[in-house]
Design a protein around this ligand. Structure first.
Ligand SMILES: Cc1cc2nc3c(=O)[nH]c(=O)nc-3n(C[C@H](O)[C@H](O)[C@H](O)COP(=O)(O)OP(=O)(O)OC[C@H]3O[C@@H](n4cnc5c(N)ncnc54)[C@H](O)[C@@H]3O)c2cc1C
Length: 461
């Protein structure tokens, strides 16, 4: 980028919100995946209008722009592989309107996910999607990745709560789409196209989110198993018993021990697997559901079923699950985390397949994840400098995706495609599917300047 272009950016964002010194750029060259690339300039937006001006500048000067929330993405989405400008949104944190009567909140998208609940709790409301990264990811990043979380089974994922969006389109136009109303059929239903768009179609600057009343009561329990298969079968058995837990998280022996080494969360080191289960609602129904769950897991081989007796016991169990990824990161120098997803009834086949793949390629794997959603995170624990191990891991990952597709599942339940899964997307949606994505991209961003190089290859005509 030349001096004049840099000066134009400083004019839009101010000196304090524009970084171009090499030592300042490093922090914006990676996310939580393996991808890395240095931007030429980093800008911090504080208004939608600045972002509109940036996109007009980018189109005029033909400069790529990569949106970034907190960079906690696991698929390389915010890594600027074609250089240009990284646009950071985490200074846009205003609460624009809290509307408890209509159970809605409108916020700027740089707000941290976990910051929403304390604001809305005063009216006994909560925002259900809670990714493991809730303490640091932004709502904008959650929308762009359609993030899931620990409560997905009962409460769904980000897309289920997005009512209205303000978006800066790639050429700089500002649009407001969707509605605060319960019903809205004026024009095409286009807001879902931005949810999960991974920063390729527009920069989302404001969102109106739906909220729900806080459940009156929660019951939490840990079901402990001597085999992976018993735990996996229990998941479908619980649903078959007519219960929908708010949380049903799976952790295998490798994950349990990694967590216990990281922080003592009272998990049984000798178990082959555990299910962390929570029910919520009116007290009687939450307790009644937990009783049915106890029966279902006992019939499927659980060796123990212990209920949390107070909030601190429950918080400790959930903390264990939330630190799982950090804990596994301590086992070996590197890890490759996947999020292949299947329907619940196929979970036992998926777990068996993962173990089989890891064994055949002689790899250490930790398996944890949102079992109730059929969304596991098989995590290969590796050393990137060991070229033989890396080659085996690449083959294992490819087989893992093939297995998910064979089981009519998906290569990504919540982490998105970005760079990491780009080579596998066509296997999932076919060449015709990729062609549709390209047509949509062309409509919004014909010059391919917003987050170029991600999800699929696209050459402007
Ligand atoms: C420990 C850990 C646990 C995690 N647990 C979960 C989990 O349980 N569930 C889950 O779904 N994910 C999880 N993640 C992944 C990650 O936190 C989510 O994908 C999250 O939504 C990313 O938010 P972010 O603000 O960090 O976005 P970034 O990583 O900064 O960006 C992600 C993508 O969104 C785009 N983007 C960001 N903001 C905007 C915007 N305002 N407008 C347009 N595009 C934008 C970027 O270009 C990029 O493509 C976890 C990650 C970690 C490290």
């Amino acid at each position: 980028m030349n001096k004049r272009q840099l000066e134009e950016l400083v004019e839009i964002f101010g000196k304090d919100n524009t970084l171009s010194e090499p030592e300042d750029l490093m922090s914006y060259s990676y996310d939580a995946s393996h991808a890395e690339a240095l931007p030429e300039v980093v800008v911090f937006a504080t208004t939608t209008e600045q972002i509109s001006a940036l996109m007009k500048f980018a189109y005029k000067e033909h400069i790529p722009v990569t949106p970034r929330g907190q960079g906690s993405g696991l698929s390389g989405g915010s890594v600027p592989i074609q250089k240009g400008v990284v646009l950071v949104l985490d200074k846009m944190q205003k609460v624009i309107d809290f509307d408890p009567e209509n159970r809605l909140i409108t916020v700027e998208t740089g707000i941290t996910t976990a910051d929403i609940d304390p604001i809305v709790a005063v009216a006994n409301l909560f925002y259900p999607p809670d990714p493991g990264s809730v303490a640091f990811s932004t709502i904008g990043g959650n929308i762009a990745e359609n993030a899931g979380g620990l409560r997905g089974l009962k409460y769904g994922v980000t897309k289920d709560y997005v009512k209205m969006l303000k978006v800066v389109l790639p050429k700089g136009d500002i649009v407001t789409i969707g509605s605060k109303c319960v019903k809205h059929v004026a024009g095409f239903n286009i807001e879902p196209i931005f949810v999960g768009s991974e920063g390729l179609l527009g920069v989302i600057t404001e969102v109106t989110l739906a909220l729900l009343p806080i459940p009156a009561h929660r019951e939490s329990a840990l079901a402990i198993f001597n085999t992976l298969d018993d735990a996996a079968r229990s998941v479908a058995a619980i649903i078959a018993a007519g219960v929908t837990p708010s949380t049903m998280e799976f952790m295998d022996n490798t994950t349990i021990n990694a967590i216990q080494n990281f922080k003592d969360c009272n998990l049984p080191r000798d178990a082959e697997a555990v299910l962390l289960i929570e029910t919520d609602g009116e007290k009687g129904s939450a307790i009644g559901e937990m009783e049915k769950i106890k029966v279902a897991v006992s019939e499927n081989g659980a060796r123990d079923f212990s209920m949390a007796t107070n909030a601190s016991e429950r918080d400790l169990l959930f903390e264990g699950r939330r630190v799982a990824l950090n804990a596994l990161a301590n086992v070996k120098p590197n890890l490759i985390l996947e999020d292949a997803t299947v329907v619940r009834s196929k979970l036992p086949e998926m777990v068996k397949g993962i173990v089989d793949i890891a064994t055949r390629y002689d790899l250490q794997v930790g398996i944890f994840g949102h079992a109730g959603d059929g969304n596991l995170h098989p995590t290969f624990l590796i050393n990137k400098n060991d070229s033989d191990e890396m080659a085996r891991t690449e083959k294992a990952v490819k087989e893992l995706f093939e297995l998910a597709i064979d089981l009519e599942g998906t290569i990504s339940g919540e982490h998105g495609i970005g760079l990491e899964k780009k080579p596998f997307l066509e296997d999932q949606i076919g060449a015709a599917g990729i062609a549709v994505l390209r047509d949509i991209k062309r409509t919004f961003d014909p010059e391919n300047l917003l987050n170029p190089g991600k999800m699929f290859d696209f050459t402007p005509v």
